[in-house]
Write a protein that binds this ligand. Structure first.
Ligand code: KG4
Ligand code: ZN
Length: 368
C-alpha cells in the first residue's frame, strides 16, 4: 500500500463488447476510466459476435490499461491490487481480461481480485457522478455513516434491478459482498429484446437508445404487446415472447407474409417502438415492486445498460414515490450504466478489505 489510508485498485473489464480499465482509490475516487467500445464492429450483425469481440479485446487490452495508468498518473508501485470481471459473460471475451489481470498480478506481485460482473453493475448504482460511493444499505445506519457525504443516505433493505444486454436480474442487496439473487430472466435479457426488436424495425444498433429515441414520437398504447409475468409470485423474467410478438406483428403469424416494416410510416414504427418499450418497462417495474414488497425494501438500486432508459427510470421513480417517503431510487450515473471498469475496481475495494483474493488459477466463467 503506497499511502496510509489510500488503496488504489486497477480494475479490468472485458466481459462483452467493451474493453475497459480504471484506477479507483478506496472504492470511491475515480482516478481514471478508459472504455474502448466495439459497437461499430458488431453493428452490422445486430448483436455481439463473440469471435470478433475476443479479437478486439486482444488488440485493445494493452493500450486501454496503459492509458488508465497514465491518466491516473500511477505506476505499478502505486497499485495495491488488480481486479478483473471473470464471470458471467462471453468466455472468449472474459479470458482476455482475466489473462491480462493474472499476468499483471504475477509480474507486479500484487493481489488478484475476481469480480462478478453483475455484482459490479450493482455497485455502480451506489456511485455518484464523481465516483463517490454511498454507504451500503443497513437497517439502522451507524452514527458514523450519517452525513457521511451529501446526497441520499442509503437505507436498507434494498432491492437491486440489473438490466443489461446479457442479464435481467433482481437481487436482495444488503452488502456489496453478498447480494442474493431473487430472480432472473429465463430466456432473453431486456437489453437483448431491445436490440432484437430494433433489428426487426431496422433501427440502428445498439437497439436500446434507438428504440427509446423513436418511441418519443409514438403512442405507447397503440399496440397491446404481451406482458409475461410468469405467475403471481414469480420474480423471474421472460422477454422472448414479446420479441416474437413484435416479429409476428411485422411479418404475419406464419412469417410467410411480406416484411411490412419497409412500407410502414415513421409514425407506425414509432408506435411499435413505444408500445414495446411500455410493455418491457411495465414488467420490469411490476417485478421490482413485487420484490420490494417481498423483502420490505426501502431502497431500489438500478444498474446495467438498460438503466439509461428514461422511461424505465421515470416509471421506477413513480413506483417509489407512490411508497414515499419509505422508498428511494438510486440509479447508476449514466457513464457507469453500461460496461465500465470503475464498477469493477470499486467493488474490488470491498473484497480487498475483506482479504478475498483469487489465485493464478482463476478462470473465466460464462455463468454466474
Ligand atoms: O450493461 P451493458 O453495457 O452490457 C451488458 O452487460 O450487456 O448493456 C448493453 C445493453 C444493450 O442491449 C443496449 O441496447 C441497452 O443496454 N441499452 C438500452 C439503452 N441504452 C443501452 N436499453 C434501453 N434504453 C436505453 N436508453
Ligand atoms: Zn454489463
Amino acid at each position: 500500500m503506497n499511502k496510509i489510508d489510500s488503496v488504489n485498485i486497477l480494475g479490468i473489464e472485458t466481459s462483452c463488447d467493451e474493453t475497459a480499465a480504471a484506477v479507483v482509490a478506496d472504492g470511491r475516487v475515480v482516478k481514471s476510466s478508459i472504455v474502448a467500445s466495439q459497437t461499430k464492429l458488431h453493428e452490422k450483425y445486430g448483436g455481439v459476435v463473440p469471435e470478433i469481440a475476443s479479437r478486439a479485446h486482444i488488440e485493445k487490452i494493452y493500450p486501454v490499461i496503459a492509458e488508465a495508468l497514465a491518466q491516473a498518473e500511477v505506476g505499478k508501485d502505486d497499485i495495491d491490487a488488480v481486479a478483473v470481471a471473470n464471470q458471467p459473460g462471453l468466455t472468449v471475451a472474459l479470458i482476455v481480461g482475466v489473462t491480462a489481470a493474472k499476468t499483471l498480478a504475477f509480474v507486479w506481485e500484487k493481489p488478484l481480485i475476481a469480480i462478478n460482473h453483475l455484482h459490479a453493475h450493482l455497485q455502480s448504482a451506489l456511485l455518484q457522478e464523481d465516483g463517490f460511493e454511498l454507504p451500503a444499505p443497513l437497517e439502522v445506519p451507524p452514527k458514523s455513516l450519517i452525513g457521511h457525504r451529501e446526497g441520499p443516505l442509503l437505507t436498507g433493505p434494498a432491492v437491486a434491478l440489473i438490466v443489461s444486454g446479457g442479464h435481467t436480474s433482481l437481487y436482495d442487496y444488503h452488502s456489496p459482498l453478498e447480494p442474493r439473487l431473487l430472480g432472473c430472466t429465463i430466456d432473453d435479457a431486456a437489453g437483448e429484446a431491445f436490440d432484437k426488436v430494433a433489428s426487426i424495425l431496422k433501427l440502428s444498433y445498439p437497439g436500446g437508445p434507438a428504440i427509446e429515441s423513436i418511441a418519443k414520437q409514438g403512442n405507447p398504447k397503440a399496440i397491446r404487446f404481451p406482458r409475461s409475468m410468469l405467475g403471481k409470485d414469480s420474480l423471474d423474467f421472460s422477454f422472448s415472447g414479446i420479441k416474437t410478438a413484435v416479429l409476428y406483428y411485422c411479418r404475419g403469424q406464419d412469417m410467410k407474409g411480406e416484411d411490412k416494416v419497409d412500407s410502414m410510416s415513421d409514425e407506425q414504427i414509432a408506435d411499435i417502438a413505444a408500445s414495446f418499450q411500455a410493455a418491457v418497462v411495465e414488467v420490469l417495474v411490476k417485478k421490482t415492486q413485487r420484490a420490494a414488497e417481498k423483502i420490505g425494501a426501502k431502497t431500489i438500486l438500478l444498474g446495467g445498460g438498460v438503466a439509461a432508459n428514461m422511461e424505465l427510470r421515470t416509471a421506477l421513480q413513480r413506483m417509489c414515490d407512490s411508497n414515499s417517503p419509505l422508498r428511494k431510487l438510486l440509479v447508476a450515473p449514466e457513464q457507469y450504466c453500461t460496461d465500465n471498469a470503475v464498477m469493477v475496481a470499486s467493488l474490488a475495494y470491498h473484497k480487498f478489505k475483506a482479504k478475498l483474493f483469487a489465485d493464478l488459477t482463476l478462470e473465466p466463467k460464462a455463468t454466474g
